[in-house]
Design a protein around this ligand. Structure first.
Ligand code: HEC
Length: 365
């Protein structure tokens, strides 16, 4: 037992050495950054046969191929992927990202440096300076809204458990109109069993939102957006499935990736059209987590969210409902799934626990 004390400095030294070695390796790895100018030369020599000298997929071989070569100037195709994924595609061929193997693998034919150079050149081909790059597509929290103009389909459920039971199953389609803007359509199916009341099930309220990035920095890895959401009373008010009113929501969202530690937040001001028995409210959410990337195509992100909502009028005016939500998100290429359990931390609450999950697919057209 006593010996442990003597061994400590040596263990500490060993530990330090390992940490320094790991940092050096990470630094060395980080140094294999491609040079787009050299990459252009690689591209002209090896890639134009199929992709064309304009990189739009118009090379002399293009017509003879079973799959048209990708238009690499299309921001939707090449600005969405982090450079490591583009590099992997060039190294291992199209099948690396689920594309056709007609896109050949260049490992062995090109050096690592040439591959990194070609990848960095491809990443310069999206010519829209307002295209918020895929590097800022931060891991999606279960509740906190994302600033990034996503294009994806999401389905999920939230199981409110306590004296009453409310199960909400939602579907969302998000479409990216341009580099900065997307629209989000959401509808949901509700199953409510109020405490001692009649159970009801049916269509709940729907919403349509416009989200626009107002500022972003690729270098410092942050972005901020603002927008407007309109809640539509598609759920039956008399059966407890909907608000029975149009609800306007003004929102701001932001995200920051600091060395793989990701902080995201939103603030929402909800204003019902006629203020009858629907409350106006202010809500905000914060999510913090860290992502791990065992492979450039994969992202594993444990996160914790803090969700809060305060009614601004009505009998429960000023009565804040807050909850914490530990969760884990796993993403593989365009697919993602998350699971978490939300727990209230204030006396005012709608449930005792609320397990929830979602699944999404990012589509490209
Ligand atoms: C034999 C023809 C051919 C050659 C040569 C070729 N490619 Fe491709 N490449 C393709 C095809 C076809 C696709 C589209 C595959 C699909 O859509 O399923 C593609 C797709 C890609 C993609 C993926 C775009 C996306 O949607 O993410 C990248 C990146 C790429 N090529 C880069 C290169 C680079 C760099 C070179 C030269 C080192 C190169 N290609 C050479 C045929 C070729």
């Amino acid at each position: 037992m006593r010996n442990g004390n003597q061994a400590k400095p040596r263990q500490a030294m060993l530990g330090m050495t390992v940490v320094i070695l790991l940092m050096l390796m990470a630094y060395a790895y980080g140094q294999i950054v491609g040079n787009p100018r050299r990459g252009r030369a690689v591209f002209e020599q090896y890639c134009t046969l199929c992709h064309g000298s304009d990189a739009k997929g118009t090379g002399p071989l293009a017509k003879t191929l079973p799959v048209p070569p990708a238009d690499l100037t299309d921001c939707r195709r090449t600005a969405e992927d982090p450079v490591e994924v583009t590099e992997g595609t060039i190294r291992h061929g199209g099948s690396y990202v689920g594309l056709s193997p007609v896109m050949p693998a260049w490992q062995g034919k090109l050096t690592d440096e040439q591959i990194a150079d070609a990848a960095s050149y491809v990443k310069t081909l999206c010519s829209d300076p307002d295209w918020v790059p895929g590097e800022l597509n931060l891991p999606r929290p279960l509740i906190t809204d994302k600033a990034y103009p996503e294009q994806e389909a999401i389905v999920g459920s939230r199981f409110g458990r306590g004296p009453s039971k409310d199960t909400e199953t939602f579907g969302t389609i998000e479409y990216r109109i341009n580099g900065l803007t997307n629209v989000e359509l959401t509808t949901n199916y509700l199953n409510t069993r109020p405490d001692g009341g009649q159970p009801h099930a049916g269509l709940g309220d729907s919403s349509i939102a416009l989200n626009r990035v107002v500022a972003f920095s690729r270098e410092n890895r942050w972005l901020a957006s603002a927008g407007l959401e309109l809640g539509l009373p598609t759920g039956s008010h008399s059966r407890g499935l909907g608000s029975g009113d149009l609800v306007w929501q003004l929102f701001a969202r932001a995200g920051w990736d600091w060395r793989q530690v990701v902080i995201q937040g939103d603030a929402i001001l909800a204003l019902p059209q006629k203020n009858a028995d629907v409350k106006s409210a202010i809500a905000y959410d914060v999510a913090i987590g860290r992502y791990f990337q065992p492979d450039p195509r994969m992202q594993i992100t444990p996160m914790v969210e803090f969700n809060s909502e305060t009614p601004l009028n009505g009998p429960s005016r000023g009565e804040t409902k807050s909850a914490v939500l530990p969760e884990i998100r796993v993403k593989w290429l365009q697919w993602g799934a998350a699971f978490g359990v939300q727990v209230p931390i204030t006396g005012a609450r709608d449930f005792d626990t609320r397990p929830m999950f979602d699944i999404f697919y990012e589509f490209t057209f």
